[in-house]
Design a protein around this ligand. Structure first.
Ligand code: PLP
Length: 235
């Protein structure tokens, strides 16, 4: 939290953020899309809260974390800062209440039990934005519901009044062209939207594949290392 170090980081951070935003705008233009309809979430996992503060000073408001403990700690430390926290990691059912307390959006609803746990953790009449995460790989151990079950999970979420279904999320497989994977996601997004017309978000695209995601209709990009720099090693 020493500001001298942060202050030195900021020029590089600002330049990387600007460079990414220019690439997002260019990819949107190529795809014939309005860059203003694309939300860039900066994934800050493994980086200290001070980096999130530096990002906020550069105008960033949407930030993403993939571990509940890290999300909760940073959100608590920065509670006074005007940020929207996106939870993008695999959620444990017994951590649903903690996730719900800290996150503004949960991208990774991948099973009925987790959706139910998030719903049970609601306090008062607060409504949580959620996306159904779809597994685009052949490995059932990866995060996300199988494509064939995505609409069923979405329909379940629609029955939980404390959750607002916004759309779908996915990570492109490592062993496939991202464009092909994102095209499948696009079809799944269309099927979900047929059941839930307001579920218009497609959360897809990371440092290595956001241009392909934009071409496939992504509305929310989750970009980490290209903006933050390499993640500190956490073994
Ligand atoms: C870490 C992470 C990202 C960002 O990855 P980069 O390659 O650093 O941009 C996006 N989505 C999820 C789910 C992640 O865990």
């Amino acid at each position: 939290m020493t500001s001298a170090v942060d202050g030195q980081q900021s020029p590089g951070l600002a330049a990387r953020l600007t460079a990414i935003d220019e690439r997002i705008a260019a990819a949107a233009q190529t795809a014939g899309r309005d860059p203003g309809a694309i939300t860039r979430i900066v994934v800050t996992k493994f980086h200290p809260a001070s980096l999130v503060r530096d990002l906020r000073a550069l105008g960033v408001q949407e930030v993403g974390e993939n571990r509940q403990q890290e999300l909760s700690a940073k959100q608590a430390e920065l509670a006074a800062v005007d940020l929207n926290w996106h939870f993008i990691g695999q959620g444990q059912t017994n951590k649903a209440a903690a996730i719900r307390r800290s996150a503004d959006v949960v991208h990774s609803v991948d099973r009925i039990r987790f959706a139910d746990a998030l719903h049970r953790a609601a306090e008062g009449d607060d409504v949580l934005d959620v996306l159904v995460q779809v597994n685009l790989t052949d490995d059932p151990g990866r995060g996300g519901v199988a494509p064939v079950d995505a609409v069923g999970l979405a329909e379940h979420v629609l029955k939980l009044p404390s959750l607002r279904l916004r759309g779908v999320m996915a990570v492109a497989p490592l062993d496939e062209e991202p464009a092909a994977a994102f095209a499948r996601l696009r079809d799944i997004a269309d099927a979900v939207r047929a059941a839930a017309p307001d579920a218009t978000w497609i959360s897809a695209g990371m440092t290595g594949d956001f241009a392909e995601a934009i071409a496939a209709g992504a509305t929310h990009l989750r970009i980490g290392s290209a903006i933050t720099g390499p993640r500190p090693d956490r073994g």
